[in-house]
Design a binder for this molecule. Structure first.
Ligand code: NOJ
Length: 536
C-alpha cells in the first residue's frame, strides 16, 4: 500500500493571499473552503497552510502568540474545523505549518520569561549577559538587550521572534501538547519550520566568517538535534498516517539527508534543488543526481521551485512560459514529493515595488534599513530591499481580473483595475492551451501512473541541455525528456512507445528514435518487459 503522501502533490496556501471571503482584504478559512473544489479539480492531494494561529504578524504568522487558537483575520475555530471536514470530504489532506523554534515576543511565555531572572519561564528562552557574534538570518545581530533584567535574548530571525530553549525539557513537553492538540483537531501532519535550528551550541562559540559573510556553524544543526527530531517523529507517528515535512534550512545534502527516513521526518525540503537561483539545466541535473546518490532507499526527496520565501520560478528563471512548463513537468514527474506554490499553476509572476512604504516583509524592510545604515542611497537600498523581500511571491491569488497584483495598505485583497500582464484563473479554467490545463494534465498523469508516484529512476541522464529519466515500478515504465536547450536532441528508444503528454506535439509514431524538440517536455509510456532507452 503506497503511503498517501507518496502519491500526493501538496499545494502551499499562503494564508493571507489565497482567498478573502468577507471583504476585509485578507484571505480566510471561508475563502479557502469556497476554493476546495478548485483544488480538487486541479488534482492536488494535500494542502499546506502557512501559520494561521494568533500572531502580531511581524513575520506574517511565523511569530505565534497563541498556539491553541485561530487568528481572527482568518476566522474562528469553527471555520477551521469546517475547513478540515470539507477538505477531508474531498479526500484532500491538510498539513499545518508549525513553528517550534521560536514564539512571538508577545507570547505570554516570553512575557513571563522576561519579567524577572527567577521567573519559572526564564529558562524557556535563551538569555545571556553578553551577546556573541551570531547574526540574525534577517540581518544584524541575533541578540536583543532587555533592560528589565539587564540581559540579552537570542532571536535567529526578527527580534519579535524569540528562540525557545529546547535544552529545557519543559519546552519540549509544551510543544508536544501543541502537536497533540492539532493532531486531534484532524490535521494530517505538520510542516516544521526551521526545524534544524532547535538546538544551538552550548558554549555559544562565535561563528566564523568567509568572504565577509558569517557562516552559521554554531547556531543550527547542533549536537542533540537529531535525537530531538526523532522524538518529535515518534510522537507524531504514534497517530496513524500522519506526515512530517521539515524545513531544514540548508542546501547541503550531507546535512539534509540526516533529517529524513526511518524514525525521522518523512521528508525534508530539498533546497539543494528548489532554490537554484539562476536557471541552469546542468546544475539542476547535478542536484537531482546528487540527491539520488546521497539518499538511502527509505528516503524520498521533495520537489519544489517556488514558495512564500522565494521568487516564483517563472520570474526567477527568466519569465519564459515554455521553461515554466518544463519545470512543472520536472517537478511533477521526477522522483519525490512535489510541493506546488499557489498561483504557479497559472503562471503568476513576482511583484516588485518602487515604494518602500508598500513593502510588508520584515526581511525586505530590514534589508532596506541595513543598506541605508551602510551608507547606501535610497535607490540602492530599495534595490537590495526588493532582492531580499519575499513580498514578491506573496501577492494575492489572481482568481479574476480584479485581483490585486501587489498589496494596497498592506492588504492583499484590495481590488485594482486589470493589469495587461495579469494571468487569471478565470481566463485559464476552460482553455486547454493554458498553464492551468497543463498542470491539470500533469497532475492527472501522476495520479494515474503509480510509477510516477513511487517508481525509482531506472535511468537519469543529461544530454546536450536535456534532462531525461525513466521511472519504473513492477508494472510500468515511463520516459520523461525535458529539453531545456534551443536545439532538438535525439535519443534511441524502444519501438512502440506511447505518447502520454508533450508541450509540442499531439502524436508520436513509436519509432526507435525520439527527437525531442527544442524546449519540449515529452512523456512516453513504454513496455515494462522491454529494455529501456538505449543510451546514445
Ligand atoms: C521559515 C519560513 O518559511 C519563513 O517565512 C520565516 O520567515 C522563517 N522560517 C522564520 O520563522
Amino acid at each position: 500500500m503506497v503511503k498517501w503522501w507518496k502519491g500526493s502533490t501538496f499545494y502551499e496556501i499562503y494564508m493571507p493571499s489565497f482567498k478573502d471571503s468577507n471583504g476585509d482584504g485578507i484571505g480566510d478559512f471561508s475563502g479557502i473552503i469556497s476554493k476546495l473544489d478548485y483544488l480538487k479539480g486541479l488534482g492536488v492531494g494535500g494542502i499546506w497552510l502557512t501559520p494561521f494561529y494568533p500572531s502580531p504578524k511581524v513575520d506574517n504568522g511565523y511569530d505565534i502568540s497563541n498556539y491553541y487558537a485561530i487568528d481572527s483575520d482568518y476566522g474562528k475555530m469553527e471555520d477551521f474545523e469546517l475547513f478540515i471536514r470539507e477538505a477531508h470530504k474531498r479526500d484532500l489532506r491538510v498539513i499545518a505549518d508549525l513553528v517550534l523554534n521560536h514564539t512571538s515576543s508577545e507570547h505570554p511565555w516570553f512575557q513571563q520569561s522576561k519579567s524577572s531572572k527567577d521567573n519559572p519561564k526564564r529558562d524557556w528562552y535563551i538569555w545571556r549577559d553578553k551577546p556573541n557574534n551570531w547574526e540574525s538570518f534577517f540581518g544584524g545581530t541575533a541578540w536583543e538587550y532587555d533592560k528589565t533584567t539587564n540581559q540579552y535574548y537570542y532571536h535567529a530571525f526578527a527580534k519579535e521572534q524569540v528562540d525557545l530553549n529546547w535544552a529545557n525539557p519543559e519546552v519540549k513537553c509544551a510543544m508536544f501538547d501543541v502537536m497533540k492538540f492539532w493532531l486531534e483537531k484532524g490535521v494530517d501532519g505538520f510542516r516544521l519550520d526551521v526545524i534544524n535550528f532547535l538546538k544551538v551550541n552550548d558554549l555559544f562559540s562565535d561563528n566564523p566568517y568567509e568572504n565577509g559573510e558569517q557562516t552559521h556553524l554554531f547556531d543550527k544543526d547542533q549536537e542533540g538535534i537529531l535525537s530531538v527530531i526523532s522524538e518529535i517523529a515518534d510522537f507524531v507517528h504514534q497517530y496513524p498516517d500522519k506526515f512530517l515535512v521539515g524545513e531544514v534550512g540548508s542546501e547541503d545534502l550531507e546535512i539534509l539527508k540526516q533529517y529524513s527516513g526511518l524514525r525521522m521526518l518523512d521528508v525534508v525540503f530539498n533546497f539543494n534543488i528548489g532554490s537554484i537561483g539562476e536557471f541552469d539545466a546542468k546544475t539542476l541535473f547535478q542536484q537531482l543526481t546528487a540527491t539520488e546518490d546521497a539518499y538511502n532507499k527509505e528516503q524520498v526527496p521533495t520537489l519544489f521551485f517556488s514558495s512564500h520565501d522565494m521568487s516564483r520560478h517563472i520570474s526567477r528563471f527568466g519569465g519564459d512560459k515554455g521553461r515554466a512548463k518544463l519545470i512543472a513537468t520536472l517537478m511533477l514527474m521526477a522522483k519525490g514529493v512535489p510541493f506546488l506554490y499557489f498561483g504557479d499553476e497559472i503562471g503568476m509572476r513576482d511583484w516588485i515595488t518602487d515604494d518602500i512604504s508598500k513593502m510588508k516583509d520584515v526581511q525586505g524592510i530590514m534589508g532596506y534599513q541595513l543598506a541605508l545604515q551602510a551608507g547606501k542611497s535610497h535607490e540602492e537600498a530599495l534595490l537590495s530591499a526588493n532582492e531580499k523581500s519575499r513580498d514578491k511571491s506573496r501577492t494575492p491569488m489572481q482568481w479574476n481580473a480584479q485581483a490585486n497584483v501587489g498589496f494596497t495598505d498592506g492588504k492583499p485583497w484590495i481590488t485594482i483595475p486589470k493589469n495587461a500582464n495579469q494571468v487569471t484563473v478565470e481566463e485559464q479554467l476552460d482553455n486547454p492551451a493554458s498553464m492551468l490545463s497543463f498542470y491539470k494534465s500533469l497532475l492527472k498523469l501522476r495520479k494515474k501512473h503509480v510509477a510516477l508516484q513511487v517508481g525509482n529512476y531506472k535511468l537519469l541522464r543529461f544530454k546536450d541541455g536535456m534532462i531525461y529519466f525513466v521511472r519504473t515500478n513492477q508494472a510500468e515504465k515511463i520516459v520523461v525528456a525535458l529539453n531545456f536547450s534551443e536545439q532538438a536532441v535525439s535519443l534511441k528508444v524502444e519501438e512502440g512507445m506511447k505518447l502520454l503528454l508533450s508541450t509540442k506535439r499531439t502524436s508520436f509514431e513509436g519509432k526507435n528514435v525520439l527527437t525531442v524538440l527544442a524546449n519540449e517536455a515529452i512523456i512516453l509510456k513504454g513496455d515494462i518487459s522491454n529494455d529501456l532507452i538505449k543510451e546514445g
